[in-house]
Design a binder for this molecule. Structure first.
Ligand code: FAD
Ligand code: 2HG
Ligand code: ZN
Length: 495
């Protein structure tokens, strides 16, 4: 990139001269003038990480990566792109599993820039008495959890990517994770938003109100929109009392039916104290054991015997640890006596609890390559989804293995299909669409969803056409056209 002093262009804006051949419209110079030269990345080395997704399944090139540091800068960047007819791909932590956060490979001739929110990472305010925190969109989720904890509160969104995903991405995907059973999805955790609209205007909806019935609730348009309607720059998030007691149990169950029965039994005994309830198949545990062994660390099997299915449950409460432990042990004992669990290990320390959670959170990395499905059905239909889906898959792809795990308490399973060996899995991945078709057929019968948490991005953009009505698409397209008539926000995603 050429250096040199700033000039004035015909808008009166300061510009930094660029190599004219690489920047025929002068847009890059204008963007650099807004964000500073060092926050406009154009070289292959600097931009590579922004143009490829976490699983290295999607790649596309942009004109540049722009890294604004304030809402005002985001607004100017978006306005400049709109004036130049250049598309904007908002990006937070780039942990999207559906290719939502990177430029599409073929944008129909339209240039794209990646707008990274990473520099907008300030906690603007924490109102402990209102139980709210106001954060910029580029705050890493873990930093928000930490800020809440330091104020004696809980921000309950929690997922394996929490060390790198950012609040703007969480909001834009309406992320789920392991706390949904008790606290809901990200949509349930937001009270207000600040958004830069596709024409560069700023909507300030940063209200910390729990009640506000003054017309359409605009914030919910942007939650789960995957960056197709505007750029979220800040949010007011709900905080909760920080639990003072916590129990973590690794429970062996016969099958998914027993897991669902156990969920009902534990909820009846523990109520909302049951905060997480994750299903883990034995093959997933085995894959974590093998994965960590290959990296030089051991993952001990939490129970002495082998079982086909496990549940990782977390129970939290205020009050004394001893009281919660007693209540939890009594509930688990009753379930064991009633024959709705096969064995259980209750963590005796925070370190033991963390070790159990490490197993769960390592699964996505250990299961990096297979045919992924992020599906949901009513909780009561989970056993059918597993049994009927796997029977249909085995009939069509003999020897296939269901690397199934996930948020069974929310009816959401990561229904990932591979073979027993890597080469077989690679061959199966080449037939992904045929594998998807089998799972989606069962899902349709059970009235489920093909995307429970990761969104549509570019991965499921075509497929979703088969699963929603024409009326639903008409309404979505009208909303898109009303907010983004030029179609500049994250093209090729969702719609
Ligand atoms: P990105 O990947 O950068 O972006 C995601 C989408 O949001 C893109 O479409 C992007 O254009 C848009 N976007 C990003 N920022 C903004 C913004 N400020 N304004 C407008 N649009 C924006 N997801 C779950 O729901 N539950 C899980 O349990 C879960 N676990 C995961 C575990 C691992 C190991 C990984 C890699 C992913 C996991 N995910 C999970 C998926 C992913 O982490 C979530 O979708 C997360 O919310 C994305 O956040 P991000 O900051 O990485 O967003
Ligand atoms: C999780 O719950 C994520 O860990 C990732 O949603 C799911 O890797 C997956 O399939
Ligand atoms: Zn998940």
């Amino acid at each position: 990139m050429a250096g040199g002093g700033a000039n004035r262009d015909n808008t009166g804006m300061a510009t930094i001269p660029h190599d004219a051949a690489a920047d025929p419209s002068g847009l890059l110079s204008r963007l650099a003038a807004v964000v500073g030269e060092r926050n406009l990345l154009t070289s292959a080395a600097d931009t590579a990480a922004y143009y490829t997704d976490w699983r290295r399944a999607f790649s596309g090139a942009g004109l540049a990566v722009v890294r604004p540091g304030s809402t005002e800068e985001v607004a100017q960047v978006v306005a400049l792109c709109a004036a130049a007819g250049v598309a904007v791909v908002p990006q937070s932590g780039n942990t999207s599993l559906v290719g939502g956060s990177v430029p599409i490979a073929a944008a129909g001739g339209r240039a794209q820039v990646v707008l990274s929110l990473a520099r907008m990472n300030r906690i603007r305010a924490l109102d402990a008495l209102n139980d709210t925190v106001t954060v910029e969109a580029g705050c890493v989720l873990q930093a928000v959890q930490q800020a809440a904890s330091e104020a004696g509160r809980l921000f309950p969104l929690s997922l394996a990517a929490e060390g790198s995903c950012q609040i703007g991405g969480n909001l834009s995907t309406n992320a789920g994770g392991v706390g949904v059973l008790r606290y809901g999805n990200t949509r349930d955790l937001v009270l207000g938003l600040e958004v830069v609209l596709p024409d560069g205007r700023v909507w300030n909806g940063l209200k910390g109100l729990r009640k506000d019935n003054t017309g359409y609730d605009l914030k919910h348009l942007f939650v789960g929109a995957e960056g197709t309607l505007g750029v979220i720059t800040a949010a007011v998030l709900k905080l909760f009392p920080k639990p003072s007691a916590s129990c973590t149990a690794w429970i062996a169950v016969r099958d998914p039916l027993q897991a669902v029965e156990l969920l009902a039994a534990l909820r009846a005994r523990l109520g909302d104290r049951l905060t997480a309830f994750e299903l883990i198949s034995r093959v997933c545990l085995d894959s974590v054991i093998a994965f960590t062994k290959a990296k030089g660390t051991a993952t001990p099997d939490p129970l002495p015997g082998r079982h086909d299915w496990y549940v990782l449950a977390e129970i939290t409460d205020g009050g004394a640890q001893a009281a919660l432990a007693e209540r939890t042990e009594a509930a688990l004992m009753e379930c064991a006596e009633a024959g709705i669990l096969a064995d259980v290990a209750l963590a005796q320390s925070e370190a033991q609890a963390q070790a159990l959670w490490n197993i769960r959170e390592t699964i996505p990395e250990a299961q990096f390559a297979n045919v992924k499905h992020d599906v949901s059905v009513p909780v009561s239909k989970i056993p059918q989804l597993v049994d009927e889906g796997m029977a249909a898959l085995r009939a069509k792809f003999p020897g296939c293995v269901g690397y199934i795990f996930g948020h069974i308490g929310d009816g959401n399973l990561h229904y990932n299909i591979g073979m027993a060996d890597e080469a077989g899995t690679r061959a199966l991945m080449a037939q992904s669409k045929a594998v998807n078709a089998v799972v989606y057929e069962v899902l349709a019968r059970l009235n489920g969803s093909i995307s429970a948490e990761h969104g549509l991005g570019q991965l499921k953009r075509e497929e979703i056409r088969k699963h929603k009505s024409a009326l639903e698409f008409e309404l979505m397209e009208r909303i898109k056209a009303a907010l983004d008539p030029q179609g500049l926000m994250n093209p090729g995603k969702v719609l």
